[in-house]
Design a protein around this ligand. Sequence first.
Ligand SMILES: [Zn+2]
Length: 460
Amino acid sequence: MTTLLVKNAMLLATMDGQRREISHGGLFARDGFIEQVGRTETLPGDADLVLDLDGHVVLPGLINTHHHFYQTLTRAVPAAQDANLFNWLQTLYPIWARMQPEDIYISTQIALAELALSGCTTASDHLYLFPNGSRLDEEIQAGKEIGMRLHASRGSMSLGESAGGLPPDEVVEDEKFILKDTQRVIEAYHDPDPGSFVQIVVAPCSPFSVTPDLMKASAELARSHNVQMHTHLAETLDEELFCQQKFGYRPVAFMEALDWIGDDVWFAHSVFVNDMEIDLYASTGCGVAHCPSSNMRLGSGIAPLMQMVQTGVDVGLGVDGSASNDGSHMLAEARQALLLARLKAALGGASRSEDDAPALITARQALEIATLGGAAVLGRPDLGSLQPGKCADFIAIDMNRLAYAGALHDPLAAIVFCAPINVDHAVVGGEFVVKDGQLAKVDLTDLIARHNQAAHRLMQ
Ligand SMILES: [Zn+2]
């Protein structure tokens, strides 16, 4: 048994049912799970590990619900800098086709390192191409070494250019093999228990890169193993047009026809969804990974974030792949979500309050989406808040720093409104992933050098 005591936090934001914010707060955890949360004087006086967080804000670890880790190898590629989604993909597919298994491993560690330093403790990744013998196993091994919780998607592409799809034939896989390999990784790695560090997700890439048959078979496979399903949906107007022309449906209706609606499904983006589609998400429990930076970077559009939240849709945050963001910073993404939702309100997309001023998303709502929202989207009731029985996953930020000078009237809001910083500590299941601002388990200097070599090789 290992116990952990956090004490003396300037403020501990619980994200519990009452959204309690406890000054002089702390928590007591045993074997990775929280037993008590409260003011320091109400907690046990000692533990195996004691963390005095005087001057720090403590909050639940942030949860990233959409990423493509491998894309850290192709950030800011000149030919893809100013392209919209379809052109961007067609520029990058041939580069990605050169990836080796080792590249999956290195890029996973780089993406998770960046996420952890930005406050993330649980990340979902969507890996959907497996060139040159690459497998999801490399990603899972790399994730274990960092120490974060990982929802690893066995993604897929099967509809190559010659069959009317977008990706070149060299990066698509045989459908029978996709299903067999997906079943293999579920059986080898998926852990459904509370406190799970690895879950497998079934995740065909998008309507324009797989066949309807594979979508249906993937849903059957996922449901027979009780694992979650994920794909890109309603990201751009091009995609909406493609779905209507090729399949005769709007994207969400197409998912309904394929039995891809339910509380075991979450979609990345959902920028182009109408009122009825949002109601359908809410009534069926479909989740959304909101990726504001990516949507702006690719010029895709503005998702109706607040309409979804107010209608009762589970919405989490996603930094999206690093070739379309190009940073994996969760606090930056929470800030970006707040700013973009406010812009949308100004453009007339939000309901009006009594004085006819747009109703604006608050800093606390942005943090709630990044924590509780992400936990709901990933189907993780054991994550997202600091309460007895939940995982001891939290981050701590020293408020005595340049970025927050003059903002201590409201330390929690300062974390969203002020310039995004790297956190001082990130703890997952009671263990440090980030300690004193440094990665606790992996040497970052060596990792960056190997990652840059791999990125350079891919561009040859
Ligand atoms: Zn994506």
